[in-house]
Design a protein around this ligand. Structure first.
Ligand code: ATP
Ligand code: PRP
Ligand code: MG
Length: 394
């Protein structure tokens, strides 16, 4: 059963403390619950993870990977593509290893617990959706996004309202905020699983009379059931919203999300080996993800010299490659003489521009065009690594 629990009382959004996050401009917002729940100030507070928020004495570095949900398999696949296969002795075990990185422990956890444990210092690194970092990290300055675009889990956290009834002509957050219907007696009722980001967003958008309720799934049904006026939930293709007669509105996207590699600042600064492991993972991820979008193209081209062939290639916009073409002479024996009338060229082209590149190659005399996938592109140093060092003040 999915019980909708009212947790947020009308007008009780209060800003407790602000902290500029390295991730988004999340600010801490207190959430008042009418159902029993842990609270940081309660003497009986239930905490998830390391109570004292200090690095423990362990010598292993730990990374958290999603144990369930759609991110779980994709995260393992990505690591495998980076030659970092996770070896799990037993699928019921929560701990595993990556043989290529001996001092790294892999812990399978629910995405929200990965973020909580990073904050608590029980994990050092994690892979989760940015939405989960924002929701459960709550603007914690110690959470650092090491890689912000792992290229799966694309979705957005959005506010959606019905297409019908009083919302028919409401198409922006401004119009929603200006609706005369919302009063202290009859506030806008929002259903969401995002009990931190939802209230924060509504407050930032000037919506004063709002109440929130929460549920574990199928939020899109709440408006039709008469339980809520609007929802704040993840949207990817938009199919679920459409099927439920709901629409997104201008200004209603709260976070654009995809899978990210996130780390705890204290871990990176204080735990032996954590920064080196992060560097290696970042390099492998960058090298793989850069390569995924590219093909290697080789072709033969008739010409009088390598320079003359290069001039022809560089005159075409889709053929410049990563750093320009590699050109090598193809030697043939003619009438007892060794000559080079043909040149082999090698370039990298973005997958999107592949056909255009082939057309341009042919147009300048290219033949025998071979296309192969690229596995890795290692650059001199990744910009994300420099960015990380600067975020850490190193
Ligand atoms: N429809 C979607 N398409 C793409 N990515 C999504 C979608 N829904 C969620 N995500 C991303 O995947 C992450 C995990 O979502 P998912 O629903 O698979 O797992 P979960 O939230 O752990 O499971 P559950 O919804 O059963 O509690 C989300 O935090 C978000 O970043
Ligand atoms: O825009 P769409 O492509 O339709 O995807 C959006 C849906 O995906 C997620 O649900 P999920 O599939 O995780 O089910 P859940 O509600 O059980 O979490 C999310 O909560 C939306 O309901
Ligand atoms: Mg889900």
């Amino acid at each position: 059963m999915t019980a909708i629990q009212t947790f947020f009382l009308q007008g009780s959004v209060s800003t407790l403390l602000s902290s500029q996050s390295s991730v988004t401009s999340c600010r801490k917002v207190s959430v008042k619950f009418t159902v029993s729940c842990c609270s940081a100030t309660s003497p009986l507070a239930v905490v998830n993870g390391n109570v004292e928020k200090r690095p423990s004495d362990r010598t292993e570095v730990r990374i958290g990977l999603p144990s369930k949900g759609r991110m779980a398999a994709d995260s393992l696949d990505l690591l495998k593509d980076c030659q970092l296969s996770v070896r799990q002795v037993n699928p019921r075990q929560y701990v595993a290893e990556i043989p290529q990185i001996p001092n790294l422990e892999v812990w399978f956890q629910r995405p929200k617990d990965i973020v909580r444990k990073l904050v608590a210092g029980d994990l050092d690194l994690g892979i989760v959706g940015l939405d989960t970092v924002c929701e459960y990290g709550q603007g914690d300055e110690d959470l650092i996004i090491v890689h912000d675009a792992l290229e799966y889990g694309d979705c957005r956290l959005s506010l959606a309202i019905p297409k019908y009834g009083i919302f028919e002509n409401v198409n922006s957050m401004k119009e929603l905020a200006e609706m005369p219907q919302w009063t202290p007696e009859r506030p806008l009722r929002v259903a969401t699983g995002f009990t931190y980001m939802g209230p924060k967003f509504m407050k930032e958008n000037g919506l004063k009379h709002v109440t929130f309720s929460t549920a574990d799934g199928a939020l899109e049904a709440a408006p039709a059931m008469g339980i809520a006026d609007a929802i704040v939930d993840l949207v990817s293709s938009g199919t679920t919203l459409r099927e439920n007669n709901l629409k997104e509105i201008e200004g209603g996207v709260i976070v654009q999300s995809q899978a990210v590699l996130v780390a705890g600042r204290k871990s990176l600064m204080q735990r032996k080996g954590a920064l080196d492991i992060t560097h290696e993972m970042l390099e492998r991820l960058e090298a793989h993800l850069r390569a995924v979008g590219q093909f290697t193209v080789t072709a033969n081209m008739r010409g009088s010299s390598a320079e003359e062939v290069a001039e022809r290639i560089l005159s075409q916009t889709s053929l410049s490659g990563l750093q320009g073409p590699t050109i090598s002479p193809v030697f043939c024996k003619h009438d007892g003489r060794v000559t080079a009338n043909y040149f082999a060229i090698v370039i990298c082209v973005p997958k999107k521009a592949l056909y255009k590149s082939v057309q341009q190659l042919r147009a300048i005399g290219g033949s025998g065009v071979l296309i192969s996938p690229l596995t890795y592109i290692f650059d001199e140093e990744t910009p994300r690594w420099r960015q990380l060092l600067s975020t850490l003040g190193l």
